[in-house]
Write a protein that binds this ligand. Structure first.
Ligand SMILES: [Zn+2]
Length: 394
């Protein structure tokens, strides 16, 4: 018998609930709206509660504590011991992001949070030729972290009611809020993240942060996130000026050489729609209070801070907002492309697929396709049946 799972009133098979994108979006919405996720192994009149947990870029379903014996013996959630049983056993997998029972996401980073001294480096970097390779742990880099923050703060969603309500002030506030639910290297991310403030910084936000968090000059790394106001890379010393932050991010030639192509890519993507660019940098601060970027990456966003990757995705994002549609951009930490979907159609999740000029479809099953080999203008969108959404621009 196939177990069925009800998520926010919609019934899915267990397999769908685990792997299907539409079901994953329903789980996401259930988390946000605190609506029920239920196992229907005893039929739909005796539902048993489940909860969702994030593992990597997916949600897995788990039974509630003490409910294991209530499930039907042939249900995957049946059992007496650990309550963290889930539908696939994925908790055992080593993933970059794992949420614990308290809702805190533990994130494994592939980028450093301290600068090691040459002496330390010699000690620990000695290769051990005979030992087997350590397992390849999944880890996210700074861009993966930025995307994850964006996703958790729900800036990958757009509802027409948000128009005019999502500026940097809102963004900075919500990024700070979600960061307090995340841990990196055993520390709350809040202790290692400075988000450029919502208003112009008259007092020194940076000095307050480094004092409070006891950041060691030149060795402790922390993240800075901000809206790029100006990039100056013309005089040997490169810097990025951020909205509302007095201090600039300084780049040595080496670091800028790595960052420049990323910056150019995002600039190219944002140009057609007059979009914006968000930077995340791993920085150290020196004794004089200057910020030095050790690594950095960029995220393209629309004027309303909806993220996208390619120029054509940017065009579609801007078109959907102009058409007053409710939509989302799937932006998982480890994907190289985003995917768009409408949330206001009859199915409540309608994927939109783009085939760029010269590109081919890789067996995509989306019903709506903008094939740029056929049409340079965006085809007519699937009709909307409702445009309900949260009232605040979060
Ligand atoms: Zn069950």
């Amino acid at each position: 018998m196939t177990s069925q799972i009800r998520i926010s009133g919609e019934v899915f098979t267990r397999e769908e609930a685990q792997a299907n994108q539409r079901a994953q979006v329903f789980i996401e919405l259930a988390r946000e709206n605190n609506t029920r996720i239920e196992c229907l192994c005893h039929g739909d009149t005796a539902p048993l509660p489940l909860y969702s947990r994030r593992v990597g870029s997916q949600y897995v379903l788990c039974r509630m504590p003490e409910t294991g014996l209530g499930h039907s013996p042939d249900c995957v959630f049946y059992g007496e011991t650990s309550h963290s049983t889930n539908t696939t056993g994925q908790i055992e997998r080593v993933d970059a992001i794992e949420e614990d029972d308290a809702g805190i996401s533990h994130i494994r980073l592939s980028v450093p949070l301290t600068i090691r001294q040459p002496a330390d480096r010699k000690k620990s970097a000695a290769p051990q030729p005979n030992s087997p390779r350590s397992p390849a742990y999944a880890a996210v880099d700074e861009l993966g972290l930025l995307r994850y923050l964006w996703h958790c703060a729900r800036f990958n969603r757009w509802y027409p009611s948000m128009l005019g309500k999502r500026g940097w002030t809102t963004v900075a506030y919500h990024l700070g809020k979600v960061a307090s639910q995340m841990e990196v290297s055993g520390l709350s991310l809040s202790h290692r993240l400075l988000v450029a403030p919502g208003r112009i910084d008259h007092s020194s936000v940076l000095a307050d942060f480094t004092n409070e968090e006891r950041i060691q000059a030149n060795t402790d790394l922390f993240f800075v996130i901000g809206l790029v106001k100006r990039v100056d890379a013309s005089h040997g010393q490169s810097y990025i000026a951020l909205q509302n932050l007095r201090e600039r991010l300084w780049f040595t030639e080496d670091v800028w050489r790595l960052c420049r192509p990323r910056w150019e890519g995002v600039e190219q993507a944002t140009q057609p729609i007059d979009g914006q660019c968000v930077v995340i940098a791993g920085v150290t601060v020196n004794e004089r209070g200057f910020l030095r970027a050790r690594y950095a990456n960029f995220l393209a966003v629309s004027r309303d801070f909806v993220p996208f990757v390619s120029p054509w995705e940017g065009q579609l994002v801007s078109h959907l907002a102009n058409q007053q549609r409710a939509f989302m951009v799937r932006l998982t930490p480890d994907d190289t492309t985003a995917g768009l979907a409408l949330l206001d159609t009859a199915s409540r999740y309608e994927r939109l697929s783009i085939i760029p000029q010269g590109g081919v479809s890789y067996g995509d099953t989306a019903r709506w396709v903008w094939d740029q080999n056929m049409a340079s203008t965006i085809p007519e969108l699937p009709p909307a049946i409702s445009a309900t959404g949260p009232k605040v621009g979060g």
